[in-house]
Structures are given as structure tokens and as C-alpha cells.
Write a new protein. Sequence first.
Length: 286
Amino acid sequence: MNDYERIALVIRYLDERHTEQPDLATLAEYVGVSQSHFHRLFSAWAAITPKDFLQCLTLSHAKELLREGKSVLDVALISGLSGPGRLHDLCVTLEAASPGELKFGGEGWTISAGFADSPFGKCLVGESPRGICHLSFVESEDGRPEWEELQENWPQARLHRDDSAASRLAERVFKRPVRSNSRPALRAFVQGTAFQVRVWRALLQVQPGTLVSYRRLAAALDQPGAARAVGTAVGQNPLAFLIPCHRVIRETGVIGDYRWGRVRKRAILAWESSSRSAAGTGIKHV
């Protein structure tokens, strides 16, 4: 059992027993490690103590982040920015496929792809000549369904498996910021409808450690009645974590569903929240 699996176990346990306010000894026993090891695990994985981490999973904390997420979007919109690059550091260049490129399905490309460990379990990451074109968390035992999905998304491309390259890329994607200029520069390339790309780009204006509701995201797109359509686009995000669909929650503060699992979504949000004092993620639109 790796560190993330222990974290996921704790989150599931707290969902069932949160009213009992389990202490450190109880949680350590549940995941089968000593109290000291459990404390070190949380300090290393979440960069905060178990007690602070558990606070990040509460409804009141989510509501606080939700309010902050709205203010971040407001600043970006009022400032008339095409993207949040001027709000915080540039680190990802996001390019969208043109209508013509949507049809070619990666023809003539070699996509380097492989499986790698991340703070939130195994992931599959693929990089095209234009940048990162696939990132998903692996839910299956052997990774075959996730690999087949990658091939379906880029049917004309040649897939070259390279787990070592994938691991190096994953280290850059999931690097925890420790100072304002510490985020690595990354390129990403996505296929999507014009509406989907607009939703993903609006999402990128929400800083790590803050949240936004589906309704507010729709309003940011000048389509206040399109919250359901926004939710569909959020769920079709091809780049897990990199395009932060996990930062969208319900208006009530309830975390809600996630394409790669509700427990993983809560773990990511708590992990990001613990780094709020560090650098944020900025996006450059092309």
C-alpha cells in the first residue's frame, strides 16, 4: 500500500466516521501504521499535520475556498484579462486544436506515453509534438482501459510507451510549489469544441487552493443559464490536474463527483489547500 492509498483510506473512513472525531491513534491503527509513521506520512504527503489536513476536508473549509475562488475570477474578468498569466506566474502554455486539426487525429505524430506515480496514485501521461495531450489517473488494475482511451482520442497517432519519460514529466506536472517562481514551464495541447475550450480556459483562472461553483463558472462565460453544460464540459477535461476541473464544486460547498473518483478529488483539494501560501499556477493562452 502506497502513501496515496493510505490517504484515500483515511478519507473514506472519515466520510463514515467523521461525527466521532477520530484521533491520531485511531487513524494510524486503521491504516496499519504507527502513530509516528502516520504523522510523518501526512507531513510529507500533505505538507501539513493530520489535524490541519482533516480541516481541509470539512464543508466549512470548502465554502471558504469557494468564496475565494469567486473573487479570483472576478479579478480576472474585471481586469479584462484573456487569461490569468498577469495574476500569477506563467507556467503552462495551453494550445487548442483548430477545426482542421480536430479531424486529423494526430496523423503523422508520435506520442510518447507512459505510466507514472503521482501524489494521487498511478497516472497515464502522453506528450505530443505540441505538448502534453493526455493526463488521466489510472483506475484499472493493468492500465489497459486508460491506454485504449488515449489511443481512441488520437487514433491516427503512433503511441510509443516510455514509462521513464512519463515519470520525469509527471514529476514536473505534480511539483509542489515552494516559492513564487518555482513552478516548471509546461506546454499542453487539447482537442475540444469551442465551448469546451472556453470552459477549460475559464477554469484555469482559479488559483490552487481556491474553488468555484458550476454556476459561477457559467456566469464567467456570460452564460449564466448554462451551468449544466459547463458541468458536462468540466467532466470531459482531457488533462487531469493540469486543467483543474477538480476545483469546481456545487454552490452549497459539497465537493460532488469527479471523473477520477470523489475521494481523489478531495485529496487533491486538501493537498493544494496546504500549499496556498506557496506559488499558484498560471496559464498562458495561445
